[in-house]
Ligand binder design. Structure first.
Ligand code: BEZ
Ligand code: FE
Length: 285
């Protein structure tokens, strides 16, 4: 019998997966085992530290439910979600970013230029507008935009009984020129949930839980790769230290302030208001 020791245990585990039929899965498992063991060797992981990691996973499972997934949050704050996203971006398309836990697939359909403030949100008014094009700059008519955001308070409707459930979200199709537009309020920055094991990890690492303010979008069209992304205002104080590493320079915009109603034409927005002009590019599928 071959004796297992710290030098050969990794190869033994890798070999135990050699009959995995799915080739891709075998490759992933082999690499996972090698990196996991390599990591334990590199830091000379102690039994107490191994136990702390298992306790972290156990606590993440206990605090998770249909509305909260602490494992996704752990992936987010460790930058794994961002890395997977960055590795899989189609050439020439708008950069993607976090989906986050507040996406709701049944937002109300709204017409071009709709006001999506359905409750008394307060805050500063914003007209968000632009076009959806392909990577060659040709307009995509009938593209679908699904958008949602937090209120100026930093709270999503799901976290705030004072907001109607459909507040600050909607679905819209672009017109013949690929244009979209909606009227809203400036979203506020907010913290990711930090009352669980991920919060403890952030505190242990001397990090904070803030995300800069942002607008969420899923933009899709037949024959194109959908883009899940976020837009961030340049003046947000948390831009450089997003807890989940979602910010990309190409997704940062500047609010432009307007004092006259004409600046919103053909839409109606009472001045003063701000505009955000942002075009989305979709890659062919
Ligand atoms: C969000 O943008 O809503 C979000 C993203 C990642 C973790 C928590 C919240
Ligand atoms: Fe968000």
């Amino acid at each position: 019998m071959k004796n297992l020791d710290a030098d050969n245990v990794t190869e033994a585990v890798v070999a135990s997966f050699r009959r995995t039929r799915d080739e891709r899965l075998r490759r992933i498992l082999e690499s996972l085992v090698r990196h996991l063991h390599g990591f334990a060797r590199e830091v000379r992981l102690t039994p107490a530290e191994w136990k702390a990691a298992i306790d972290f996973l156990y606590a993440a499972g206990r605090i998770s439910d249909e509305r909260r997934n602490e494992f996704v949050l752990a992936s987010d704050v460790l930058g794994l979600s961002a890395l997977v996203d960055l590795l899989n971006r189609p050439e020439g398309a708008t950069e993607s970013s976090e989906l986050g836990p507040f996406y709701n697939p049944d937002s109300p359909w709204v017409p071009l230029g709709a006001d999506i403030v359905r409750g008394a949100a307060g805050g500063e008014r914003v007209l968000v507008r632009g076009r959806v094009t392909d990577t060659a700059g040709r307009a995509i008519a009938g593209a679908l935009l699904d958008f949602w955001q937090a209120a100026p308070s930093g709270l999503y409707p799901a976290q705030d009984p004072a907001q109607p459930a459909d507040n600050l979200r909607g679905r819209m199709r672009t017109d013949e020129q690929g244009r979209y537009a909606f009227v809203t309020v400036k979203p506020g920055p907010y913290t990711v949930p930090y009352d669980g094991p991920v919060g403890a990890l952030l505190r242990a690492g001397g990090r904070d839980a803030w995300r800069p303010a942002h607008f969420h979008f899923i933009v899709s069209a037949d024959g194109h790769v959908p883009v899940v992304t976020e837009l961030f205002p340049a003046d947000d104080p948390h831009l450089e230290k997003d807890a989940v590493f979602g910010v990309r320079a190409s997704l940062v915009f500047r609010y432009v302030r307007h004092e006259t109603a004409e600046a919103a034409a053909p839409y109606l927005v009472e001045p003063p208001f701000y505009s955000v002009d942002f075009d989305f590019r979709l890659a062919p599928a």
